[in-house]
Design a protein around this ligand. Structure first.
Ligand code: FE2
Length: 628
């Protein structure tokens, strides 16, 4: 590199609707990446991307004017069109007036230099551009993508239909930096409707989200649907919810590159399915009371059977599609993105039951990964650079400095409630605390971009202790009893504890716990004996790997329960202060902040409630641009 080399910066943005996020690349490699929700503390935050973009620019020490390329997407509409709408229509996107005011004032609003790409193309770039393979096939499946009229890629000539159709599935082949679409599956939508209706559409991801809405009262509880499916029975009166074969779904018979007219008829939903569960939030229930209300529903078994039905259908449909994709492309390797790729049970079957020899799943497979896909498109297509980044960890957040941690520890209201000490052997000391049955908040390095906590912002406890799991549930996570917690294990000893299976460094595959080990790992075994495990790679997450090894030395079991560092329904913590407030407001016993071990002094209940309120409102106050 010449001494005059000026770094090249690309900013990728997922704008406006939900999971707004930003990724900044410097010379092709991420400097920082973040989901807006982590900063504003509003789950799945939409609206202006400025806070997220500002966070990335600050991490890189540059200003917006220093960015060479901006690439953006919003799945709801083509971005320039959407921005025009936001100017003229007060109610566009149902954006609250104050958020709209921020959007309109933003230097990223109607940015003339920005390149807009369509949704599935962004997912596809997030899948293939940072993957470890030189060539392969790409599968993108999510709830809903761009309208046909907004698609910014060449699609096979035979793939025609209505301009308002929306992307449901997209298939590609890639070699090096070149990618080509080989097929798309569309959803027929009534023109003029926006994305909020997507769960009523007969797409793979959409129907799955619809079941989530029925069973859990929210479209986004797909992980819970997958977990509950293991308790369900096959039922003759429950017809397939999604078609196994891609074809002419919905009512649009002109559509697609289908296979001879097999249709995806929307099923006749059984009557009991017409009464989705509604969280009793109006009564001001605590999370524990809400959990109890859900568990008390007389529909439990029906819900389980329904989840099983949709999970089985999804798995079969994905396997069928992957086989066809293999046939069409002849590729040995497959990469996947889109929200459906977070289904680790389906991913595991895809690897086992299709001719693909290797599968790589983008860890930020949902829409937080759209910003990464946009940035990589900017790098490869707009700037014309070669691929020069292979994604290991998705811990692409900022690593906070010792001074930031000192400042957080000294915060008013916090300092009086804690004792903290710096330790030389963080892993060793934490392992001893865990072996004594404590629940630990574990904060190390930059936060994960995807939805899974993988050892940077985790809550961990002893997997040998079923009581620790119950306490974790009762005091912090408020999960339904059926949901298993995930185990983390150093990859090099995974086979001693789990049946042979794929590496799963992002918790995106499942493996059975070895029968001779089941009794030792009661807290992480699902009802079917499997675990959604994370195999931890030393080079990718050195601190977490060291903790697992130290816990192994301490107890003989190098496995920990690993769950995300957040309160139910809230975003994962991002800053040291978020972590402290979450720790103080809950029954987490000990907090490890980088090399500090933080313990509680006696905190009066009123103070605790206050700290919890502070945590809930601790998002950035000024949500405007901070990086220009
Ligand atoms: Fe998506």
């Amino acid at each position: 590199m010449s001494p005059h080399h000026a770094p090249h910066h690309v900013l990728g943005l997922n704008k406006y609707d939900h999971d707004v996020s930003a990724v900044l690349l410097r010379d092709g490699v991420p400097v920082a990446a973040i989901c807006k929700e982590r900063l504003t503390r509003e789950k799945n935050a939409g609206g202006a991307p400025d806070v997220a973009a500002g966070y990335c620019l600050k991490a890189a020490g540059i200003r917006l004017a220093d960015v060479d390329v901006i690439v953006q997407n919003s799945y709801a509409l083509n971005v320039p069109e959407l921005e025009q709408d936001l100017l003229s229509r007060v109610h566009a996107l149902h954006m609250p007036p104050d958020e709209r005011a921020l959007v309109l004032a933003s230097p990223l609003f109607r940015n003339r230099g920005a390149v807009t790409i369509s949704h599935h193309l962004a997912h596809a770039y997030s899948a293939f551009a940072p993957c470890p393979f030189d060539e392969g096939a790409v599968m993108v499946v999510d709830g809903v993508g761009s309208h046909r009229r907004d698609v910014t890629e060449d699609i096979p000539a035979a793939n025609t239909g209505h301009s308002a159709d929306r992307e449901s599935e997209s298939y590609y082949v890639f070699r090096g930096t070149e990618i080509e679409c080989v097929g798309k599956q569309w959803l027929r939508v009534t023109p003029g409707t926006l994305s909020e209706d997507f769960t009523k559409l007969p797409g793979l991801g959409a129907v799955y989200s619809r079941v989530s809405e029925y069973v859990f009262g929210e479209w986004s509880k797909c992980g819970e649907v997958m977990g509950l499916a293991a308790y369900g029975h096959e039922r003759d009166d429950l017809p397939p919810l999604v078609g196994i074969h891609p074809g002419h779904e919905g009512a649009d018979s002109r559509d697609g590159d289908g296979d001879g007219g097999r249709t995806w008829a929307l099923p006749m939903w059984p009557e009991w399915l017409c009464n989705p569960w509604v969280p009793p939030h109006d009564g001001g229930l605590t999370p524990a009371q809400e959990q109890a209300a859900w568990e008390a529903s007389p529909h439990q078994q029906e819900w389980r059977d329904l989840c099983r039905r949709v999970q089985t259908d999804l798995e079969e449909a994905l396997i069928e599609r992957a086989r066809r994709l293999h046939e069409a492309t002849g590729m040995k390797r497959l990469v996947i993105a889109g929200g459906v790729a977070l289904n680790c049970v389906a991913n595991t079957r895809l690897l086992a039951e299709t001719p693909f020899e290797e599968i790589w799943v983008q860890p930020a497979a949902g829409d937080s990964g759209i910003a990464l896909g946009c940035a990589l498109y900017g790098e490869l297509v707009v700037a014309g650079h070669p691929r020069r980044y292979t994604m290991g960890t998705d811990g692409l957040g900022v690593r906070y400095a010792a001074t930031d941690i000192d400042a957080a520890l000294a915060t008013r209201f916090v300092a009086a409630c804690i004792r903290s000490r710096r330790v030389a052997d963080v892993a060793g000391e934490t392992a001893k605390i865990l072996a004594a049955g404590k629940v630990v908040g574990w904060f190390q390095g930059g936060a994960e971009l995807g939805p899974r906590a993988l050892g940077q912002r985790s809550i961990v406890c002893d997997p040998r202790d079923a009581a620790a799991k119950r306490r974790l549930n009762a005091t912090v996570k408020h999960r339904q009893e059926f949901r298993p917690f995930a185990p983390a294990v150093p990859e090099e000893v995974a086979d001693e504890w789990f049946e042979p299976g794929p590496a799963s460094s992002h918790m995106l595959f499942v493996r059975a716990i070895r029968k001779d080990r089941l009794a030792e790992l009661p807290a992480v075994a699902h009802v079917d004996g499997t675990a959604r495990l994370q195999t931890v790679v030393r080079e990718e997450r050195p601190e977490f790997h060291a903790l697992l090894e130290a816990f192994g030395r301490e107890t003989g079991v190098p496995v920990l329960v690993n769950t995300s560092f957040n309160i139910k329904g809230e975003p994962i913590v991002e800053t040291p202060l978020d972590a402290l407030l979450c720790f103080l407001g809950t029954d987490i016993d000990v907090l490890v902040l980088e090399d500090r071990i933080v313990e509680k002094r006696g905190i009066p209940a009123r103070m605790r409630r206050f700290l919890l309120e502070l945590h809930r409102g601790s998002g950035v106050r000024d949500r405007g641009f901070s990086g220009s």
